[in-house]
Design a protein around this ligand. Structure first.
Ligand code: GLY
Length: 483
């Protein structure tokens, strides 16, 4: 964890933003996956981590706005816990590490909150996103799950978003650690992407890198030759020469900050002329955003810049036609890019989306578009120094979507359906970097993962023979074959 002043300062900053009352922050609980003692990897709630820093289960934090006190409710371990888990620091020691002196047992949180409510004090709560949260709110506050949304504090959400969206220097360092691990994951995926290798082998190898250098990945790895499926978690195929492979992955640093990078590579190491053409269009969209992103403009504008670049490239490739502005206005590019340009990133890979996307990505000045495709943009509002967002344009040829649009005669003025029909089986391309908004522009965070056609082909040419030899000899692909 960071030093205790980081957490006390954050809690005091939150106090300045709220009028009165108490803030209740639930830590997460362990979660069993097939029986009670066999658990999913534990992940603390990110807002709890941000204000209280402790990454273990079954804790409740309270920030009292009116009297400047903070509380952590949690139980010391008993001898049975020590037998299974080893010795653990006391709750008082843990509290001291994050600047909290007021410690009490978990069961006392309920008395504390009922007492506050009985005095007419407001209890600020965040939206629940796990079943446990609903149960905890019912137990602690007597609010039934079906009506909990009526009690969520918008004032608290807005206050926390305004703090967490501007990353401190120590947070940016952590995000860069996560991205540097992600660099290792991406480079390994690129080196291994040769015919005969199983997608599973690559997905497993890169998940292992995240685990061995940090935590489990910040989200489930997306890796497939069927990159036209935006979030493809099936890794059952054997790589075939000449197909494209999309890898979208991110590590989580030891301090729980996320990375999120996507690269698309040609299996075997050589882009075909058509692949190169579409790839360079997506790359141009990604690069134009990097070149033009700066404070005070909106990310919605950058989304339009990226999608306009995509339309221009697809028009040159004969897949789209007509007036670019008119196509952009009606969202005709949605056939090829049915998602937005990017999302905020930090402790969560989609930072704070548990509060609701619009609280994070939009505000009174920038409203979400109602136009198909553009409405999928998760983060569109004005940019400020310290924000971290992803820049991830893509181009996909989704057979079912092509068929649907064609049957519905969608945007006939802008889509060359006969040409698009021939692209079925092409797959998809996504290129993603994580960018920090600086005082004058933006900076791509972390080590630079090979991205141009030439860089990717050079990396892949260097690993090809070793990987093919390993495949031929039947040796299971291990990272050691890369030498
Ligand atoms: N890169 C994965 C996601 O944005 O959900």
């Amino acid at each position: 964890m960071f030093n205790k002043e980081v957490y006390t300062t954050r809690r005091n900053e939150l106090r300045k933003k709220l009028k009165d009352g108490v803030v209740l922050l639930l830590g997460n609980e362990e979660s069993p996956y097939n029986y009670l003692d066999n658990l999913y990897h534990f992940r603390q709630d990110s807002t709890f981590l941000y204000f209280f820093g402790l990454a273990m289960p079954s804790l409740i934090g309270v920030i009292d706005i009116d009297n400047g006190k903070d509380w952590i409710f949690g139980n010391d371990v008993d001898i049975d816990d020590i037998i299974w888990m080893g010795p653990q620091p006391s709750m008082v020691e843990l509290g001291a590490r994050v600047g909290v002196e007021n410690i009490d047992q978990l069961c006392m949180a309920q008395n504390f909150l009922i007492n506050a409510i009985s005095k007419g004090r407001k209890v600020h709560i965040l939206p629940p996103y796990r079943g446990d949260h609903y149960l905890a709110y019912e137990k602690l506050l007597g609010i039934r799950p079906s009506v909990i949304k009526n009690y969520v504090s918008i004032e608290l959400i807005e206050a926390i978003v305004s703090l967490r969206e501007i990353k401190e220097v120590i947070e940016i360092e952590e995000i860069e650690k996560a991205i540097d691990i992600t660099y290792e994951m991406q480079l390994t995926a690129m080196q291994l992407a040769h015919p005969g290798v199983k997608e599973l082998e690559i997905a497993g190898a890169i998940e292992g890198i995240s685990l061995s250098l940090g935590n489990p990945p910040s989200f489930t790895i997306i890796l497939s030759m069927n990159g036209e499926t935006l979030h493809n978690h099936k890794h059952h195929q054997i790589l075939e020469e000449g197909r494209l492979m999309v890898t979208d992955c991110g590590a989580e640093s030891l301090m729980h900050y996320a990375g999120d990078i996507t690269r698309t590579v040609p299996v075997g190491g050589k882009f075909s002329p058509l692949q190169k053409d579409i790839y360079n269009t997506v790359l141009a969209a990604n690069m134009k955003v990097i070149e033009n992103t700066k404070p005070c403009i909106t990310y919605q504008e950058q989304h339009f810049l990226a999608t306009r670049t995509l339309i221009e490239g697809l028009k040159n490739a004969g897949l789209m036609k007509g007036d670019v502005d008119a196509a952009l206005e009606v969202g005709a590019q949605t056939l090829f890019m049915p998602h937005g340009l990017g999302h905020a990133m930090g402790l969560d890979v989609h930072d704070m989306e548990n509060f609701g996307e619009n609280y994070v990505g939009y505000n009174r000045e920038t409203q979400r578009s109602s136009v198909s495709g553009h409405r999928s943009l998760r983060f569109g509002k004005g940019l400020k120094p310290g924000m971290v967002i992803t820049d991830e344009p893509g181009c996909y040829f989704i057979p079912a979507l092509i068929d649907k649009w064609r049957a519905e005669r969608m945007h006939l003025d802008f889509i060359n359906y006969d040409a698009v029909e021939k692209m079925k089986g092409f797959g998809g391309i996504r290129i993603e970097d994580d960018i920090l908004i600086t005082e004058n522009g933006c900076r791509v965070l972390g080590k630079s993962v090979p991205k141009s056609v030439e860089e990717i082909e050079t990396v892949m040419a260097a690993s090809r023979e070793k990987v093919l030899a390993a495949v031929k000899s039947g040796e299971r692909i291990k990272i050691k074959v890369l030498g």
